[in-house]
Each structure stands twice: as C-alpha cells, then as structure tokens.
Ligand binder design. Structure first.
Ligand SMILES: Nc1ncnc2c1ncn2[C@@H]1O[C@H](COP(=O)(O)OP(=O)(O)OP(=O)(O)O)[C@@H](O)[C@H]1O
Ligand SMILES: [Mg+2]
Length: 219
C-alpha cells in the first residue's frame, strides 16, 4: 500500500499538522496507518506521547537517513498506509524519503515567501524523478488559510495550477482544533473541543478523502 511523504524545506509550513490530520482521518476511515517521524524535533512522537494513540495508528520515532528506505519498505505492507513526516530542510534524508513515495504532499502557506521556499520541494521531487526515471505523484496543500481568500492566495494558487501542479481542494484552514491536536494528542474526535469542531472535522475529513482519491487513482 502507499507511502505518503510530507515534505517542504520551509519550516512551520504545516507538515506535521498535515501528517497528523491525514493519518488520524485515514485511520478513522478504517485504514491501518504507520507514521514515521523523521524530524529530529520529534513533533509526531511528542503528539503520540500526549494521549493514547487512535486505533489503527502506530508511530515509529527517530527514523534517520540510514534507516528511512528500509523502514518504509518494512511497513509498506498490504492494507497499510505509511505517512512520513520530515524536518523543514532539504537533505539527503528528505530526498531518500521522496524517492520511496507514492505521493508527496507539500504543505504551503499562501504567502509569496512560503510559496517561493515551498517551490524548492517541487524541485527536489523533480530531481528524484530524474534520478529514478519515474514519475512521483505530488500535490500542494495550502495550510492555515483564512475563510476569505487573500489576493495573494488566489495568485499563488493560479500560478501553481497554471504550471500543472495538483493543488488539493479543500485546503487546511487555520483552526484552533488543528493546532490544539498537538497540545492534547489523539484525534479531532478525542480531544477537548477547540473552536468549531464540526467544521474542523469536516475540513480534515474532506482533505483526507481528496488525498485518498489520489492514492486510489480516482483523481
Ligand atoms: N491549519 C492550521 N491551523 C492552525 N494552526 C496550524 C495549522 N497548521 C499548522 N498550524 C500551527 O503552525 C505551527 C507550524 O505547524 P507544523 O508544526 O505543522 O509545521 P511544520 O511544517 O511541521 O514545521 P517544522 O518545519 O518545524 O517541522 C504549529 O504551531 C501548528 O500548530
Ligand atoms: Mg514538523
């Protein structure tokens, strides 16, 4: 089953949040999810330690450059989805993870600065595609978006789509529940309510559905 790599060299782009929301939503949908924490800052592991892990989720901590390919292969079993969370850098570890991906997600805040640095992730993917002589499906997800889209957001999204880049709709909006999930651990259904939980759950579910469609080839 598929390996999803969440990658952007931009720090704070929303990688770990995207990984946790995706993993917990897929698990709720009945998928077994293994999450690999490849970030020395251990965001995923800290999240995993805060509360009981939701059903169907396991987290492997401290996966480094020498173990990444082996670890992905070990968990890449039938009926499993592997989600890889990476540090906000461009490194050999990041490239190795991308080389194993069935789908790379690049979270991006809709600002010019973030889009400029985030574009480096797309270059890393292109480099791996060239080295491996295979296409690596990838998509951008806008994170921390506001209810009313800024002109900047519209411009960046139009530019990405104009380059033929897959942009996942819906984006992950800026929500108290999405930052709170790291404070409380667990998922959007187990944590104490933060803000409008129904909207947060619907947003995360719709996002995860769109990712799932890309894994099954429906997009
Ligand atoms: N959709 C969102 N709504 C509200 N807060 C968010 C959202 N996405 C991310 N955040 C907050 O923004 C900060 C950065 O997010 P996150 O840790 O997911 O980014 P990252 O790309 O993993 O960062 P790093 O590069 O340091 O690993 C965190 O405090 C997180 O709680
Ligand atoms: Mg992170």
């Amino acid at each position: 089953m598929p390996t999803i790599v969440v990658a952007s060299p931009k720090g704070g782009a929303g990688k770990s949040t995207t990984a946790v929301l995706l993993g917990t939503e897929l698990a709720r949908g009945g998928v077994d999810v293994t999450m690999l924490d490849c970030d020395p800052n251990r965001s995923l592991s800290l999240w995993a330690e805060r509360a009981d892990l939701p059903d169907r989720i396991s987290v492997q901590s401290d996966v480094g450059e020498s173990g990444i390919v082996r670890t992905i292969k070990a968990f890449d079993a039938d009926g499993q989805v592997v989600i890889v969370d990476l540090e906000g850098v461009a490194s050999r570890l990041v490239s190795r993870a991308i080389s194993q991906a069935d789908l790379v997600l690049t979270p991006m805040r809709a600002t010019t600065l973030d889009a400029t640095i985030g574009a480096r992730a797309l270059e890393l993917i292109a480099e791996e595609e060239e080295a491996l002589d295979r296409e690596i499906p990838h998509a951008v997800v806008f994170t921390m978006t506001k209810a009313i889209q800024s002109k900047q957001h519209k411009g960046i999204e139009a530019s990405l789509r104009g380059q033929g880049i897959d942009v996942i709709d819906p984006p992950l909006m800026e929500r108290a529940a999405f930052s709170g999930i790291f404070a409380f651990g667990g998922d959007l259904h187990s944590m104490p309510p933060q803000g409008n939980m129904d909207s947060a759950r619907a947003n995360a579910r719709a996002f995860a559905m769109e990712v799932y469609k890309r894994l099954t080839g429906e997009v």
